[in-house]
Design a protein around this ligand. Structure first.
Ligand code: NAP
Length: 387
């Protein structure tokens, strides 16, 4: 029995993780859960999966959950905030922690999980974008397993099984292209929040959905892949594949390219991360290739989607540049989701931050989070015309 802690249990990754656990009650059990403020759903999850500790984002949410569980027969500790998430991540009974919190919120709890010697199923790519070197050093020194959850990284990870002695020539990351793949720049000037949230292939949380529309998500994945697989960004290529069936590919020295294909369903990579090296049912229907007809591939347009290029530049520069990229994007997407800026403002803000903000030396996790918060706050507080 593998005992699982879930960070972000009420979100897209969290819910699909619980689907897999539900499918395999003799293989997986839930020991702890962390979520934000969706207390009704969290209450249902506590009653169904019976964790020993559960965390909410705020003290008020924790009080509400405690009240709802006042007649619950089992013992469950209710905690809150970043410390609460940390407690969920380090609970002694957990064998593996699913890191499914969005953005920088996931950084400290995911570090805490590795520090406590837990294997990590990583969805929160921002951990590697913000602190890739520190995180991979910690993973190695603790000897824990790091299992990618992102469908593209899972595909690469699967293609690399049994290939440790074979050098990688190229990683080919596929991208759906998002809802605005075929739009002109002028058309993109007028897109709305609901259009940006209407992803053609994947149903995900709002931050990653908007990042998919700007292709920033693919840029973050290039950075994630560099750290996960120790392959420089110069050998990581992005190709647009609108059908989202081929989840990524690895090319070896002999020119052979291995690809992982499957349904457009996150339960596939999540089930592999949980059961690895075994494969267990993920509840998905078999793919019908005749029905699919064709799989197509095209080059990304760096001019219409400048954040993809910005991510390559940031990882090539290294140091604090990826932290600026991530913080500026996180705050800009927040402003966009609050209807305070336009879709195209997201990339304008990120590019301006990268151009203007001086690069400090960041050596510790505290320095990284402090600087990240400063950049995000700068974006939130600066009137648009001054950015
Ligand atoms: N969704 C996907 O298919 C997918 C694919 C690849 C990678 N990822 C990555 O996985 C991560 C999560 O994405 P998602 O789509 O699952 O996001 P999501 O649907 O927005 O879910 C976020 C989860 O985190 C919780 N949360 C938010 N703020 C919190 C806080 N301050 N404290 C504690 N919990 C908090 C939310 O709780 P409440 O809802 O209760 O407030 C929810 O459970 C992101 O890094 C994303 O890039 C996602």
């Amino acid at each position: 029995m593998k005992r699982v802690a879930v960070l972000g249990s009420t979100g897209s990754i969290g819910l699909q993780t619980l689907d897999i656990v539900r499918l395999h009650p003799h293989r997986f059990s839930i020991v702890s859960l962390a979520a934000g403020t969706n207390i009704d759903l969290l209450e249902c999850q506590v009653r169904e999966f019976r964790p020993s500790i559960v965390s909410c984002a705020t003290e008020a949410a924790a009080a509400e959950l405690t009240w709802k569980l006042r007649e619950y027969p089992d013992r469950v500790e209710v905690v809150h905030g970043t410390d609460g998430c940390r407690s969920v991540a380090v609970v002694p009974e957990a064998d593996i922690v699913v890191a499914g919190l969005p953005g920088s919120t996931g950084l400290l709890p995911t570090f805490a999980a590795v520090e406590a010697g837990k294997d990590v199923a990583l969805a929160t790519k921002e951990v590697l974008v913000m602190a890739g070197e520190l995180f991979m050093d910690l993973v190695r020194s603790k000897g824990v397993a790091l299992l990618p959850v992102d469908s593209e990284q899972s595909a690469i990870f699967q293609c690399l099984q049994g290939q440790a002695h074979n050098p990688v020539r190229r990683i080919i990351l596929t991208a759906s292209g998002g809802p605005f793949r075929a739009m002109s720049k002028a058309e993109m000037d007028r897109v709305t929040r609901s259009q940006a949230l209407d992803h053609p292939r994947w149903k995900m949380g709002p931050k990653v959905t908007v990042d998919s529309a700007t292709l920033m998500n693919k840029g973050l994945e290039v950075i994630e892949a560099q750290w996960l697989f120790n392959v420089p960004a110069s050998r990581i290529e992005v190709v647009i594949h609108p059908q989202s069936i081929c989840h990524s590919m690895v090319e070896f020295e002999d020119g052979s390219i291995l690809a992982q294909l499957g349904a457009t369903d996150m339960r596939v990579p999540i089930s592999y991360a949980l059961a690895c090296p075994d494969r267990v049912s993920s509840g998905t229907e078999p793919l019908d290739f005749a029905q699919l007809g064709s799989l197509t591939f095209e080059a990304p347009d760096f001019e219409r989607f400048p954040l993809l290029k910005a991510a390559y530049d940031a990882i090539n520069e290294g140091g604090s540049a990826p932290v600026i990229l991530n913080a500026a994007d996180e705050a800009a997407v927040e402003l966009f989701l609050a209807d305070r800026i336009s879709f195209q403002d997201i990339s304008r803000i990120v590019l301006e931050c990268l151009e203007r903000i001086p690069r400090p030396m960041l050596s510790t996790l505290e320095e990284i989070t402090g600087f990240h918060d400063d950049v995000a706050e700068h974006v939130r507080r600066t009137p648009r015309h001054h950015l």
